[in-house]
Design a binder for this molecule. Structure first.
Ligand SMILES: Nc1nc2c(ncn2[C@@H]2O[C@H](COP(=O)(O)OP(=O)(O)OP(=O)(O)O)[C@@H](O)[C@H]2O)c(=O)[nH]1
Ligand SMILES: [Mg+2]
Length: 388
C-alpha cells in the first residue's frame, strides 16, 4: 500500500515537472543568432501614442530674421489712452463739476473754481477768462441740472483748449525730399522717446521714416535712438561722439532724400535755455538742415510735470528755432492737465502730440474733444456722483 501511494506521488511530481518544462520555453532556448520571429500583432509601445491620421508636414526651418514690429496706426489713440489722464480727471475735472453743481454759487465758490484751475496749471490769464465765461453761462442757465453743468463746462473747456487750432503734423514728403521734423527741448523731457514713438506711429500709418541722431553729446543717446529705429526697421544716421550735430542732421536729411523716405525725424540733445552757446548750436542745426529745404515741423517737447517752469524755457526755444508744435509728454504722471491750455497760450502754437506713458505706443495725436472728455470723466459716473 505504501508503495502504491509513493508511486502515485512520484508519478504526479514527474508529470508536473514535465508539463512545466514544456510550457515555459525561455529565450535561452532560442539559438543566439536567430532573430525572434516578428509578432503577428505589433507590440504596444511603452507610451501610448495616438496614430497620426494624416501625413505629418515637416515645417521649413525658421530663419532668424530681425523682428520688425508692426505698430498700430495713430488714429484714435487719445480715446484709447484716456484712462491715463485719470489723475487730471480726479482733481481738475471732477473738482470743477462738483463746484459748479452747487445750488448757489457765491463769490467763495468762484474763488474755489479759480483755485482749481490755477492748481491744474491752466495759467492765470486763461483761468480768468474761463471763470468769466463760466460766470456768464451760470447766469444764463439759472437753475442747473447736472447734465447742463457738464455740457456747459465741457463747452467752455473746449473753447479754452482751442478746438479749431490747426494741429496737423506735417510729415508728408515733398516732391523731391522727405518731410523734416526737428525735436527740441530741455534735458530729459522725452525728445528721444518721442522721436522713437513718432517713428513707430508713422510706420504704423504706412509711412517710411529715417532717424537722425543729432544728439552727439553721448554715444548712449544715439544708441537709444538706434534701438527705436531697429524695432520698426527705420534707418538711423549717426555721427561720431561729440561730432557737429548740424552735420549729422544734414547727413540724415541727405540720406533720407537718397533713400526716398517720407519723413526724417531729427533728435537733438537736451539743453538748458539759459546756455547761450547751446541755444546758438540749435539755431545752427536748423539753419544747416534748411540748406536742403525748409524744416516742416520744429516740435518743442515739454514735460507736463514741470508745470509753469517748463513754459519759461519754452519761450526761449521758440525764439531760437520757430517752434511749430508742442509735444506734451508725461501727461500720465500729472494731475495738471491744464498745462495744455497754458502751453498753447504761452507759445501761440498748438499742442500736436501728447505722451501718455513709457510704452512704445503711448504717444497720441492731440484731440481737444477726447482730451476734455477724459478730463471730465465718464458722464454716467459724474452725474451719479454730483446727485448723491
Ligand atoms: N511716464 C512717461 N514717461 C515718459 C514719457 N515720455 C518720455 N518718458 C520718459 O522720460 C525719460 C526721458 O526720456 P528721453 O526720451 O530720454 O528724454 P530726452 O529729452 O531725450 O533726454 P535728453 O536727451 O537727456 O535731453 C525716459 O525714462 C522716458 O521713458 C511719457 O509720456 N510718459
Ligand atoms: Mg535724448
Amino acid at each position: 500500500m505504501e508503495f502504491v501511494v509513493l508511486g502515485i506521488v512520484l508519478a504526479v511530481v514527474f508529470v508536473a515537472a514535465l508539463v512545466s518544462l514544456l510550457r515555459t520555453p525561455t529565450r535561452r532556448q532560442l539559438p543566439p543568432d536567430v532573430a525572434e520571429p516578428p509578432p503577428a500583432v505589433a507590440e504596444a509601445p511603452a507610451v501610448a501614442v495616438e496614430p497620426h491620421p494624416e501625413p505629418v508636414e515637416v515645417e521649413a526651418p525658421v530663419v532668424a530674421a530681425p523682428a520688425i514690429e508692426r505698430p498700430p496706426p495713430s488714429a484714435g489713440r487719445l480715446v484709447r489712452l484716456r484712462s491715463r489722464l485719470a489723475r487730471s480727471q480726479g482733481t481738475f475735472g471732477r473738482g470743477l463739476l462738483t463746484l459748479l453743481s452747487r445750488d448757489t454759487i457765491d463769490e467763495d465758490t468762484w474763488d474755489e473754481v479759480e483755485d482749481t484751475l490755477i492748481g491744474a496749471d491752466v495759467g492765470v490769464a486763461a483761468t480768468r477768462q474761463l471763470t468769466d465765461n463760466l460766470q456768464t453761462q451760470v447766469k444764463v442757465l439759472g437753475a442747473r441740472t447736472p447734465d447742463q453743468v457738464r455740457t456747459m463746462l465741457r463747452d467752455q473747456l473746449l473753447v479754452a483748449v482751442g478746438p479749431d487750432l490747426d494741429r496737423t503734423l506735417h510729415t508728408m514728403p515733398h516732391e523731391d525730399r522727405p518731410a523734416i521734423v526737428l525735436m527740441v527741448g530741455v534735458n530729459g523731457t522725452g525728445k528721444t522717446t518721442t522721436c522713437g514713438k513718432l517713428a513707430r506711429a508713422l510706420v504704423g500709418d504706412g509711412r517710411t521714416v529715417l532717424l537722425g541722431a543729432a544728439d552727439t553729446f553721448r554715444a548712449a543717446a544715439a544708441d537709444q535712438l538706434a534701438t527705436w529705429g531697429e524695432r520698426v526697421g527705420a534707418e538711423v544716421v549717426r555721427g561720431p561722439e561729440e561730432s557737429d550735430p548740424a552735420s549729422v542732421a544734414f547727413d540724415a536729411v541727405r540720406r533720407g532724400t537718397e533713400a526716398k523716405v517720407d519723413t526724417v525725424l531729427i533728435d537733438t540733445a537736451g539743453r538748458l535755455h539759459t546756455k547761450q552757446g547751446l541755444m546758438d548750436e540749435l539755431g545752427k542745426v536748423k539753419r544747416v538742415v534748411e540748406r536742403q529745404g525748409a524744416v516742416d515741423e520744429v516740435l518743442l517737447v515739454l514735460d507736463a510735470t514741470t508745470g509753469q517752469n517748463g513754459l519759461v524755457q519754452a519761450r526761449v526755444f521758440a525764439e531760437v528755432v520757430d517752434v511749430t508744435g508742442i509735444v506734451l509728454t508725461k501727461l500720465d504722471g500729472t494731475a495738471k492737465g491744464g498745462i495744455v491750455i497754458a502751453a498753447q497760450r504761452e507759445l501761440g502754437v498748438p499742442v500736436k502730440l501728447v505722451g501718455l506713458g513709457e510704452g512704445p505706443d503711448d504717444l497720441a495725436p492731440f484731440e481737444p474733444e477726447a482730451f476734455v472728455d477724459a478730463i471730465l470723466g465718464d458722464p454716467e459716473i459724474q452725474i451719479a456722483e454730483t446727485q448723491s
